[in-house]
Write a protein that binds this ligand. Structure first.
Ligand code: ADE
Length: 244
């Protein structure tokens, strides 16, 4: 299978590597990249500015603070990057105005052959280029970051770990918090985890985990997940949520 291709359009391409210290060069994304499961490259929108000062933004019509990213550099960057590979690219704009990112959306993105992430900056992007490109607009939460780059990395991380072979144990993607609703995947928060020592600062590991009875452990874990979900995120148990 061909690796998932992810392109990121940004005015800060260095944030995505290849320097060793870059956040994307660690853990599962880095391993998946080395294993040929995913490939990504960041393109500098500034390279498509088309003016001698490499200017990608301008003052807002109607006044107000900040700058607005101009249509043409973003459009030209998208056109050029898309032309580099015949596979259809799903365009995703990271913006606080977008649809809140969910595990279901992440799962769907993991099935696409190619993602093109557009990271906005400044006060926003000229609305006309958003209309023209018609990207999926995605927000990672109800707070405002200084740019879409970190949001793009979060989306990438969540998608990459779902790609076949990215995790050592295929099952572990399924049982974690916010796992998709599926035959063995219920939409519950995760249960607590413990490792050695058996006692730490007077806190003992729950007895049931030490007994070696698999069915008891599974029952306890399921109960813990249900209790946690009820206490912390009752909204997840609302109408329409499948339980098994
Ligand atoms: N850019 C700035 N804030 C953002 C957010 N919350 N989600 C996605 N992109 C963003």
């Amino acid at each position: 299978m061909r690796p998932l291709r992810i392109d990121i359009l940004t005015t800060f391409p260095e944030m995505f590597g290849p320097d060793a210290g870059c956040a994307m060069n660690f853990s599962i994304p880095a391993r998946a990249r080395k294993a040929g499961i995913v490939e990504w490259q960041a393109t500098n929108i500034r390279d498509y500015a088309g003016n001698k000062h490499d200017k990608t933004d301008d003052r807002p019509f109607g006044g107000g603070p900040g700058m607005v990213m101009s249509c043409q550099p973003i459009f030209d960057a998208v056109t050029a990057v898309e032309a580099a590979d015949p596979r259809h690219a799903t365009r995703i704009l990271l913006t606080p105005q977008g649809k809140p990112l969910t595990q279901q959306m992440v799962q769907s993105f993991a099935h696409h052959p190619r993602l093109l992430l557009i990271a906005g900056h400044y006060e926003g992007i000229d609305e006309r280029v958003i209309e023209e490109l018609a990207p999926v607009e995605v927000s990672i939460g109800d707070f405002v970051l200084s740019g879409g780059e970190l949001a793009a990395m979060i989306l990438m991380d969540a998608v990459i770990r779902l790609l076949p072979g990215a995790l050592g144990d295929e099952a572990s993607a399924c049982i974690e918090s916010f796992a998709p609703v599926g035959p063995q995947c219920v939409r519950l928060l995760d249960h607590p985890h413990y490792t050695r020592p058996r006692e730490w600062r007077g806190r003992a590991v729950p007895e049931v985990l030490l007994g070696g009875h698999h069915a008891d452990v599974e029952k306890w874990r399921y109960e813990q997940r249900l209790a946690r979900t009820k206490a912390r995120r009752p909204d997840l148990l609302g109408p329409g949520t499948e339980q098994s």
